[in-house]
Design a binder for this molecule. Structure first.
Ligand code: NAD
Ligand code: UD1
Length: 340
């Protein structure tokens, strides 16, 4: 298949593109590089052993989308492009609605016009809000606790409405839990701008000496050690999940929703210990207040994806941390520190 990957220069889009190429698909990437670097695409091409068509531009630019869909007979779209920082979304909600909602609207409008019938959308476990119990199934009630989460919910709803009106469409909503890890080569990985918001990149930067210590956001949750519990899924498992979903579902009309998680939860302190084991020394941390909006526990019931797609996450927390450490220690400054 020929797949347009929006946001393909970003963390998950890069790994998914590599997996697509490895599976024999053709990839066209559209990315405005607002949260990624061109150098990452060079690394992708090196790893894939082939070149990739790249359009530097905005997913809200309809004229550009028309050009992409005219230049290439695209069979399906994987839509990763978007803004993803929860805290920032509370400060700049209009920007989040513009990029995430208007961007998706523009993309889907162009897909309908150019008769592209399949979209795989990057949704998030954030759409479950504060779940009443764990593990979380796809049929749990949906809600949002911040503007970022609301943009994901709005796009899910929009895609349902569009699928109802255009029955030839196949819409795949993949709700990721907590992505982590990096490619085994150490050549591509997560390269956050500024201070990382998320646990894994933050600990990686403590380990490499870029940050002094980890602030553990609360140790008074109702969890075994009091710290927050999450379902950390290796980005390579996530990438495989995308390709399997695409291959299985691109001709299956309607809306298909899957959790992509491991079904296991780890606490903040367990993740820290896993890093210490890989790095071979203790890492500094201190416990601070809870982060506003955080929940105690969040992990997936991934049974639906296993049963109907035959996909399940294969990699554990130890392997994830090893891969993050390889990427971080080889590239302490991310892609800007790499030479082609
Ligand atoms: P990322 O920021 O690394 O990648 C997103 C890419 O989209 C970047 O390369 C960025 O430059 C590009 N982009 C942003 N706005 C754009 C625009 N207007 N036009 C074109 N390109 C644009 O993020 P990621 O972690 O790879 O996440 C990918 C998707 O998965 C996002 O939609 C995100 O909300 C979703 N998601 C991520 C996580 C996570 O923890 N990483 C969890 C759940 C869902
Ligand atoms: C965050 C987002 C969520 C998004 C998910 C995956 C928030 C409120 N939620 O979720 O919308 O879908 O990322 O990208 O930001 N922690 C620390 N110290 C840190 C960082 C994190 O103790 O410096 C703790 C958190 O309290 C949490 C766990 O580590 O218990 C994981 O945090 P994080 O990586 O930010 O992911 P989520 O909070 O699950």
């Amino acid at each position: 298949m020929r797949v347009l990957v929006t946001g393909g220069a970003g963390y998950i889009g890069l790994h998914a593109s590599l997996e697509l190429l490895g599976a024999g698909h053709e990839v066209v990437i559209l990315d405005n590089l607002v949260n990624s670097k061109r150098e990452a695409l060079g690394r992708l091409e090196t790893l894939a052993g082939q070149s990739v068509s790249f359009y530097e531009g905005d997913v809200r630019d309809r004229a550009l989308l028309d050009r992409v869909f005219t230049d290439h007979k695209v069979d399906a779209v994987m839509h990763f492009a978007g803004l993803k920082a929860v805290g920032e979304s509370t400060q700049r909600p209009l920007e989040y609605y513009d990029v995430n909602v208007n961007g998706s609207w523009t993309l889907v409008s162009a897909m309908v016009h150019h008769q592209v019938h399949c979209i795989v959308f990057s949704s998030s476990a954030t759409v479950y809000g504060n779940p009443h119990e764990v593990p979380i199934r796809e049929d749990f009630p949906l809600s949002a606790t911040n503007p970022y989460g609301r943009t994901k919910l709005v796009v899910e709803e929009m895609l349902r409405d569009v699928a109802a009106a255009y029955p030839e469409l196949s819409v795949v909503l993949l709700r990721y839990f907590n992505p982590g890890g990096a490619h085994k080569s150490g050549l591509i990985g997560e390269d956050p701008n500024g201070i990382p918001n998320n646990l894994i990149p933050f600990i990686a930067q403590v380990a490499v000496g870029k940050r002094d210590q980890l602030a553990v956001f609360g140790d008074d949750y109702d969890t075994p050690d009091g710290t927050g519990v999450r379902d950390y899924i290796h980005v390579l498992d996530l990438a495989e999940g995308h390709v399997v979903a695409l291959e299985r579902l691109h001709h299956e009309r309607g809306v298909h929703v899957y959790n992509l998680g491991t079904g296991r939860g780890y606490s903040v302190l367990q993740v820290l210990k896993a890093f210490e084991a890989v790095v071979g020394r203790p890492l500094k941390y201190r416990v601070v207040d809870r982060r506003p909006g955080d929940i105690g526990e969040c992990w997936a019931d991934p049974a639906k994806a296993t049963e109907s797609l035959g996909w399940s996450a294969k990699r554990g927390i130890g392997e994830m941390v090893e891969d993050v450490w390889r990427w971080q220690s080889q590239n302490p400054d991310g892609f800007s520190g790499l030479s082609d």
